[in-house]
Design a protein around this ligand. Structure first.
Ligand code: HEC
Ligand code: HEC
Ligand code: HEC
Ligand code: HEC
Ligand code: HEC
Ligand code: HEC
Ligand code: HEC
Length: 404
């Protein structure tokens, strides 16, 4: 509701600005292109558009007994040179720096680093993540890709001032020869609202011990005596690049299949929020949520997610499966690729314009709308040509990646 009002406000400002620009030229024909840029359009030489690959990264705060997922965030960004005729996706000659201004340290917020040697057999300095990156640093570009990435940022949902915030903003700055050419702010979503305790709550023991004890009883394992336990040590997990043990179910399949018939016990409207974050965090916070859609409108059911024939983290829903019908000539996901890896409009990543999965703009969270508002004056998909083009193209907008 507030969002709608905001949109209307921004549109009104934009319309007023256009009218004002036209007013002095009263008796001349109206130009199709606005005489001056709409209010608050990005005015740096480069446009930087960033996003998180997943839309939400879960992590365990307390790793002393078991670890499902470590602190591990991945941010990507495209840089577009908008200074000459047609926009150019920049892939060399720049440095891209990232920082988390409100969240500069993690080692006092989780005991991850203390238990890491027991879990993964490695030791890493505090505040450094599993791929060697910290809470600030430089992004890199892999050969063949037209965007920059930083993987494994070990960010937690507690800001330095103690406030819980699953949607902290990172700043990304593009520099050329030390000169700032463009900048953006992007949400680095992280949550430890993993509510196993709704059901695993036996008196006198911790939730983790309850879980390990159930596992030992039901599968003749000895996990309670092997703390800290890495679930992916036996159950294959793409998210951690863990191969698992032969003959044992994947972690995703084990969790969803076993729990599918148990979910009534949680008493939640959205059963997924028993383990995914969550009734407070609302990780699915996007335009689909505003339109009344929920997890199972796209993911079908717990049992379907747990189907051992599915490849976890790879066989995900696709935008095209629903939207192609309305736009038969458009391209959606590239063949064999996830949304997060796909490109549209002349090789601009889908997520550069539409946002992260589960945070397809406009979102109900203010932070996820910041980038679009800063770039073009209103939230929602990047639909303002001069965010990237030096002037409004006379040709219509081709949504397709490939030249028609
Ligand atoms: C809706 C209730 C509910 C939630 C939420 C829940 N569990 Fe369970 N879980 C159960 C029940 C019921 C059992 C079976 C216990 C028994 O029979 O003694 C179980 C058993 C297990 C087992 C034993 C192995 C097996 O065959 O299932 C593991 C491991 C487990 N849960 C892990 C978790 C983890 C990790 C979470 C949170 C990410 C979680 N559970 C959340 C209800 C739940
Ligand atoms: C030492 C190896 C090992 C570890 C570590 C391990 N598991 Fe298991 N798990 C098994 C085996 C073996 C089974 C039964 C066979 C199967 O499901 O493939 C099993 C079964 C399960 C099941 C029931 C699957 C089903 O379809 O009924 C769940 C749920 C589960 N594990 C969750 C977990 C969680 C959560 C952790 C981390 C706390 C964990 N496991 C750690 C070996 C392990
Ligand atoms: C009992 C706890 C639990 C519940 C309830 C649950 N999940 Fe999960 N889910 C997990 C865990 C744990 C992982 C992380 C697995 C990993 O690390 O690979 C996961 C990962 C996933 C993944 C990514 C991996 C994959 O298989 O592609 C999807 C998608 C997913 N869940 C969808 C859902 C949906 C949709 C629901 C509700 C219908 C749901 N989950 C309910 C525990 C749960
Ligand atoms: C299960 C079907 C389904 C999937 C999968 C799906 N959508 Fe949608 N989407 C919808 C529906 C239904 C609406 C609401 C349409 C309406 O209200 O007219 C919608 C609305 C939207 C809108 C808002 C359109 C508007 O009118 O403002 C955008 C943008 C969008 N989807 C993008 C995506 C993207 C990007 C993906 C993939 C990450 C995706 N959708 C995946 C069904 C789906
Ligand atoms: C509008 C459709 C839609 C809805 C609603 C939706 N998802 Fe997804 N989900 C997707 C798509 C599309 C992907 C694959 C994204 C990609 O390409 O990275 C995905 C991927 C995932 C993944 C894998 C990690 C990732 O983000 O790629 C998890 C976990 C997941 N969804 C859980 C959920 C849960 C839990 C809910 C509800 C709280 C939910 N989803 C609601 C479409 C949806
Ligand atoms: C340069 C920015 C840009 C890129 C890149 C982009 N889109 Fe779009 N997208 C738009 C705009 C603008 C619209 C509205 C266009 C229209 O309605 O004619 C749109 C519309 C959509 C819709 C339709 C929603 C509705 O209203 O029915 C979907 C779904 C969608 N895009 C998905 C994608 C996917 C998937 C990709 C990557 C393959 C992608 N987009 C790449 C800007 C972009
Ligand atoms: C997020 C950045 C971005 C936005 C926003 C954007 N474009 Fe583009 N556009 C590009 C890039 C990059 C190219 C590729 C230029 C090249 O290859 O020379 C391009 C190319 C084009 C082309 C040339 C197509 C061809 O290859 O023949 C047209 C036409 C175009 N855009 C129209 C539009 C219109 C109209 C809008 C506004 C509705 C728009 N674009 C918004 C980035 C963008």
């Amino acid at each position: 509701m507030i969002l709608k009002k905001l949109c209307v406000l921004f549109l009104t400002f934009a319309a007023l600005a256009t009218l004002a620009a036209r007013a002095p030229a009263g008796d001349q024909p109206a130009s199709p292109a606005p005489a001056s840029p709409p209010a608050r359009v990005v005015n740096t030489p480069f446009t930087v558009l960033g996003f998180n690959n997943l839309g939400m990264h879960c992590m365990n705060q307390d790793c002393s007994e078991l670890l499902i997922l470590p602190p591990y965030n991945t941010v990507r960004a495209q840089v577009i040179d908008r200074t000459h005729g047609s926009p150019e996706i920049v892939t060399s000659g720049i440095t891209l720096e990232y920082a988390m201004p409100t969240n500069t340290r993690s080692s006092d917020k989780t005991n991850f680093w203390k238990y890491l040697p027991g879990l993964l057999g490695v030791t890493i300095p505090p505040d450094v993540g599993l791929t060697g990156n910290g809470l600030s640093g430089t992004m890199t570009r892999a050969t063949g890709l037209n965007y920059y990435t930083v993987t494994g940022i070990p960010v937690t949902p507690i800001e330095d001032n103690g406030r819980e915030n699953p949607y902290p903003l990172a700043t990304i700055t593009a520099k050329q020869n030390g000169v700032v050419m463009g900048t953006t702010q992007v949400v680095v979503p992280v949550s430890w609202e993993i509510s196993c305790n709704i059901c695993h709550n036996e008196q006198g023991i911790s939730t983790a011990t309850d879980i390990l004890r159930d596992h030992d009883r039901m599968h003749a394992t000895n996990l309670e005596n092997s703390k800290p336990v890495l679930c992916a040590g036996c159950h294959a997990d793409v998210a951690l690049g863990a191969p698992g043990m032969p003959g044992i179910s994947t972690f995703s399949s084990a969790m969803h299949t076993a729990h599918a018939p148990r979910m009534k016990q949680a008493g939640l409207t959205n059963e997924c929020y028993a383990c995914h974050p969550g009734v407070r965090t609302l990780c699915q916070r996007d335009v689909h949520m505003s339109r009344g859609m929920s997890c199972n409108d796209c993911h079908i059911s717990m049992a379907a997610v747990g189907d051992p024939a599915r490849r976890p983290w790879i066989d995900e829903p696709s935008c095209g499966s629903c939207h192609q019908a309305q736009h038969p000539t458009w391209e959606f996901e590239e063949p064999g690729k996830l949304y997060q890896d796909s490109r549209g409009h002349r090789n601009v990543l889908c997520a550069s314009c539409h946002g992260s999965p589960h945070a397809i703009t406009p979102t109900i969270t203010a932070a996820d709308n910041v980038q679009a508002i800063t770039a073009q004056g209103h939230p929602g998909r990047i639909d303002t040509c001069i965010v990237c083009h030096s002037e409004v193209p006379s040709d219509p907008f081709p949504h397709r990646r490939i030249v028609d």
